[in-house]
Design a protein around this ligand. Structure first.
Ligand code: MGP
Ligand code: SAH
Length: 301
């Protein structure tokens, strides 16, 4: 059977807990398929089936992923826009599925950094952005607090042949920040899950694990050249206000570049005409800036 056919079959599932382990092994998949063929008697009773569907999340069967919630199935249908090389063995967990930056957008972000510069991806997830910065020729420091995400990110970077251009770090960005130096800082923090879009005006205090102002100020201590990927319903006025925040960089040579207001630019980030998020660029990442290689020259001269 074609993978899509299988995925389109909705399964009523007995357990109510969310799935945690992705991807499932082939063995798991076989077991699941067998379960499906041998329909439990309770599922033959339509009343019970209806109640179960209400209680627990529906799941879909996907060959390389096993059973996944219908919430995630929506992102699976977009898998090639997340990673064009998905079929080569890309790995993700649930949060990875709904948070990975679509490849086309990540490449647009990466285009703002020059080859040879150092980029820190502070909330790197399964590597959507880190890989594109590395493909651009940047040296990337990819940080994530979740060791499993870093594991997936290493696997995914290998598929794109860029693992040697990325230093992978399991850690808390806020603890590591005082020790980091870079030309560009990239921020795509958690937005609180897919329910972010139920909010009409997404204010920066809703970002996780700290509010957007605090995240930005911690990043500013590293460099004023910041790229931030935010929800499409974000409060744009608040995003603009970020350029007035003052948090001098620890690197004294960069202080003259960091006095407010920072240069800034805001763009809608699209995939095939659909807005997926808002990207805010600050400092030398703003288009029309002299360019980051020039910045390095200025700082070192
Ligand atoms: P979406 O709005 O959940 O999906 O996420 P979609 O397909 O636009 O939904 P629609 O049905 O409303 O059209 C869109 C994109 O936002 C994802 O592909 C991710 O790149 C990004 N994204 C979503 N979430 C919940 C997060 C998050 O928590 N953190 C980060 N960094 N990015 C996210
Ligand atoms: N841009 C990424 C998705 C990032 S999702 C991609 O394309 O794949 C946000 C990530 O932030 C999650 O993976 C989460 O584990 C991580 N995170 C949350 N708190 C963190 C912290 N304090 N330090 C570093 N990473 C953190």
């Amino acid at each position: 059977m074609q993978s899509k056919d299988i995925a389109d079959v909705e399964l009523a599932v007995l357990e109510t807990s969310e799935l945690t382990a992705f991807p499932c092994s082939v063995q798991n998949l076989r077991r699941t398929s067998a379960d499906k063929t041998k329909t439990p008697p309770s599922l033959l009773n339509p009343k019970k089936q209806k109640r179960r569907t209400k209680q627990g999340p529906c799941r879909k069967l996907i060959p390389e992923q096993g059973l996944i919630t219908t919430k995630i199935a929506k992102y699976w249908h977009q898998r090639y826009s997340l990673f064009s090389r998905y079929d080569d063995g890309i790995q993700m967990d649930e949060e990875g599925w709904f948070s990975a930056t679509p490849e086309e957008i990540a490449a647009t972000h990466a285009a703002r950094a020059s080859s040879g510069t150092i980029v820190i991806d502070c909330f790197s997830g399964v590597g959507g952005n880190a890989i594109q910065f590395a493909l651009r020729g940047c040296h990337v420091v990819a940080i994530d607090i979740d060791p499993q995400k870093i594991g997936y990110s290493i696997n995914n970077a290998k598929i794109y042949g860029v693992e040697d251009n990325i230093d992978f770090i399991v850690g808390d960005f806020f603890q590591l920040a005082p020790f980091l130096k870079a030309d560009v800082v990239f921020l795509s923090p958690p937005w609180g899950g897919p329910s972010y879009k139920k909010i009409q005006n997404f204010t920066l205090d809703l970002l996780k694990p700290r509010d957007g102002y605090s995240i930005f100020q911690v990043a500013q201590k590293i460099t004023p050249n910041i790229i931030m990927f935010l929800p499409r319903n974000v409060d744009i006025n608040q995003v603009e206000e970020l350029c007035w925040l003052s948090s001098p960089p620890l690197n004294f040579e960069l202080s003259w570049l960091s006095s407010p207001p920072l240069n800034f630019e805001i763009e809608e980030s699209h995939v095939q005409g659909y807005t997926k998020g808002i990207t805010a660029y600050f400092g030398y990442t703003v288009s029309g800036s002299p360019g980051l290689s020039k910045l390095s020259e200025v700082v070192t001269s």
